[in-house]
Ligand binder design. Structure first.
Ligand code: PEP
Ligand code: MN
Length: 345
């Protein structure tokens, strides 16, 4: 059982609940987040059934959820959530295009990529300043200098920024620049990092671990939610299978399955799953057709010079087609693309 406290709940309200639970023979775990306090109860639910916890002062919600993930489960929250990132909605009813370079390399490259993204209908800019690379010899990202470039490009283009954080120690710094923090596939079960982003007041995009089941992915999201941050966007980015023809195997089924199990929005990264630009458009169509709430793609003005993931970056010509996908597909599903797509593209 999980108790969600309202924003005005006091320390005394929380203490009163902990006391009542203790008296009933249960154990309460209190997690104080920036925006709300969550109390988890361990023990037999029937044991607490007679307590009027919902009637106690400061309580916003009492969830008797049987799924192992409680706060992100749809059991107690049947309507699907919309998460706002710098004012841009991600959720049912819309398809949000997020685009930008895999890595922030230079101010010019980032600005050019952002302008390409915007022209294709993107309403959010992606770009990594901290890159979790397989090889320690590969470009690791510009760090804070990269975050400053992203903030400057946001200023110039008006596009809110999504960027990855790889270390719990950097969460506050990255959050001071970003509009949404990204947790990458390699850190998808780094529980200390998940708890750290759970403690900030900014949305989090949680990629699925490349070897995580959907349940493990939702449990990872629960780590963030349990710290009081429910502004989470799930991102399917392909899983490890026996297939070697693609970088990873996009699990299209994960979109409807995760949406049925969780109220959180689910988006798809066709760039990191396919690993090649030729696959990005077909996989984007598949993602939107399957009901994804958004798509996040890599773009680069000069992919042959890219310091990271050049082969999968879309170029100018591909963006016309991507814009077409965003124009044609969402209305077929009764949705709109956020921001719409300029007629000139
Ligand atoms: C990325 O989006 O830049 C990235 C590294 O993705 P993933 O964690 O899915 O590999
Ligand atoms: Mn990449």
């Amino acid at each position: 059982m999980v108790i969600v406290m309202g924003p005005d709940a006091t320390q005394d309200d929380v203490a009163a609940i902990v006391k009542v639970i203790g008296e009933a023979g249960g154990e309460a775990f209190v997690s104080r987040g920036v925006s709300r306090t969550i109390i988890g109860l361990v023990g037999d639910v029937a044991q607490f059934g007679t307590l009027d916890l919902g009637g106690m002062r400061g309580v916003a919600d009492v969830m008797r959820v049987t799924a192992p993930y409680k706060l992100v489960s749809r059991d107690n929250h049947p309507e699907r959530s919309t998460i706002r990132v710098g004012g841009v909605p991600i959720g049912p009813g819309t398809v949000t295009l997020i685009a930008g370079p895999c890595a922030v390399e230079t101010p010019r490259q980032t600005l050019e990529a952002a302008e390409m993204a915007k022209a294709a209908g993107a309403t959010l800019l992606r770009g990594g300043a901290y890159k979790p690379r397989t090889s320690p010899y590969a470009f690791q990202g510009l760090g804070e200098a990269g975050l400053r470039i992203l903030a400057d490009v946001r200023e110039r283009t008006g596009l809110p920024v999504v960027t990855e954080v790889v270390d719990a120690h950097d969460v506050e710094l990255v959050a001071s620049y970003a509009d949404m923090l990204q947790i990458g596939t390699r850190n998808a079960q780094n529980f200390a990092l998940l708890q750290a982003v759970g403690g900030i007041g900014k949305p989090v995009m949680l990629k699925r671990g490349m070897n995580a089941t959907i349940e493990e992915w939702l449990m990872a999201a629960e780590y963030i939610a349990q710290r009081g941050n429910l502004d989470i966007v799930l991102c399917e980015r392909g899983i490890r299978t026996f297939e070697t023809a693609t970088r990873n195997t996009l699990d299209v089924s994960a979109v409807p399955v995760a949406q049925r199990l969780s109220h959180l929005p689910v988006i798809v990264d066709p760039s990191h799953s396919g690993g090649h630009r030729n696959l990005v458009l077909p996989l984007s169509r598949a993602a939107v057709a399957a009901g994804a709430d958004g798509v996040i793609v890599d773009v680069h003005p000069r992919p042959e010079q890219a310091l990271c993931d050049g082969p999968q970056a879309l170029v100018e010509d591909d963006l016309h087609e991507l814009a077409e996908v965003m124009r044609v597909f969402p209305p077929l599903l009764g949705k709109t693309a956020t921001g719409g797509v300029p007629a000139s593209v």
